[in-house]
Design a protein around this ligand. Structure first.
Ligand SMILES: [Zn+2]
Length: 349
């Protein structure tokens, strides 16, 4: 008995010694940078993979996916993070360019990881629009496999492998809904990793997230815009995101370039332009929040595109420099990352 105690104490010492040596790290990978529903040169729909760990597990003990646009599964495989390894998925809002990859992801998880664990799906409670309709993450999750159930495929596959969950991919989702309001609140936690959220304006139920870890912090703004839906206003950015981002190391944010503004005659619908944050205003906000890195994603328009969907880009395709210059016009002096699919930033650098 005495010997056993001695061995476990030695074991404990070894474990704590390796913990001291392992340096914590935070890795942020853009899994999709396409802005809005159009397709352009194979870019994946909006999404950000946030990973935390240490140098012994390649920074991937905790794997969190924020938004799941078209093609997220493919980008995750390129980022060497299988869908089955995600502990939680967070959705900013119920727009297809941020959600349509989830059906594909959950079907894959059902196929190969039905034995579990479930994945936490963190998103807004049902949000009623002033127009009368309801935006519902719960309904979206509940019906995520319906087309494949209705086609008969799921029944056919269940005959082949009875270990799969009878209810289809929805059975693998652990819904964790919250009311996104103006108060920043913790919505998900695991060990050293804490995720907070705040409600922000874009469509009803829109939320923005912040991940805090011992290696650093990152804010995922989503498509947030200012509470005042159009000018005159002091900024196109969200005051709620700004509050959430105070002191955050990295801000990842959907971005619209001023070239698409109503004053530039692209034909782009002004209400859609005004509900996004401009590159210039994001630069000013990132300066005010003392952030070190601003990662632009969900670029409207995409780099090199002649048009955003049906709307031509006044002055022709934009370059990385066009986006960075707009951010600098806002006064930001930190690191600007003009996002492309699989662009990665790791802390500490
Ligand atoms: Zn969007």
């Amino acid at each position: 008995m005495k010997n056993t105690v001695k061995i476990s104490l030695a074991g404990l010492f070894l474990i704590s010694a390796s913990n001291v040596l392992a340096a914590p790290c935070l890795k942020v990978t853009l899994t999709g940078t396409q802005g809005g529903p159009p397709v352009f040169q194979g870019q994946a729909g909006s999404g950000t993979l946030v990973q935390y760990g240490d140098d012994e597990n390649n920074c991937s003990a905790v794997n969190l996916q924020f938004d799941t646009g078209r093609g997220t599964t493919q980008r995750l495989s390129e980022a060497k993070t299988p869908v089955g390894k995600l502990q939680a998925i967070f959705l900013t809002h119920m727009h297809s360019d941020h959600t349509e990859g989830l059906a594909d992801m959950m079907q894959l998880r059902w196929h190969f990881a039905s034995a579990g664990p479930k994945v936490d799906l963190v998103c807004s409670t049902d949000a009623k629009s002033p127009a009368g309709h309801t935006l519902s993450c719960a309904q979206f999750a509940k019906h995520i496999g319906d087309a494949l159930i209705q086609s008969g495929e799921m029944a056919q596959r269940l005959v082949e492998n009875k270990k799969r969950l009878a209810g289809g991919p929805a059975d693998l989702i652990n819904l964790m809904s919250f009311d996104p309001n103006e108060t920043v609140s913790v919505v998900w936690e695991k060990d050293d990793v804490k995720v907070s959220a705040v409600g922000s304006r874009h469509i009803p139920g829109h939320a923005s997230y912040r991940v805090d870890t011992p290696a650093g912090s990152v804010v995922i703004g989503g498509d947030a815009g200012n509470d005042t839906p159009k000018p005159p206003r002091t900024s196109s950015t969200s005051s709620h995101v700004e509050k959430l981002a105070e002191g955050a190391d990295i801000i990842v944010h959907s971005t619209i370039h001023p070239a698409m503004g109503p004053d530039k005659n692209s034909g782009f619908p002004p209400p859609v332009y005004f509900r996004q944050s401009t590159a210039e205003d994001l630069g000013a906000m990132a300066m005010r929040t003392n952030s070190k890195h601003l990662m632009l994603t969900h670029l409207i328009p995409p780099l090199g595109a002649k048009a955003q969907g049906p709307y031509p880009i006044p002055g022709g395709p934009l370059t990385e420099l066009d986006y960075e210059s707009a951010v600098r016009d806002g006064g930001f002096t930190g690191n600007v990352v003009v996002g492309q699919d699989l662009t990665t930033l790791q802390l500490p650098q």
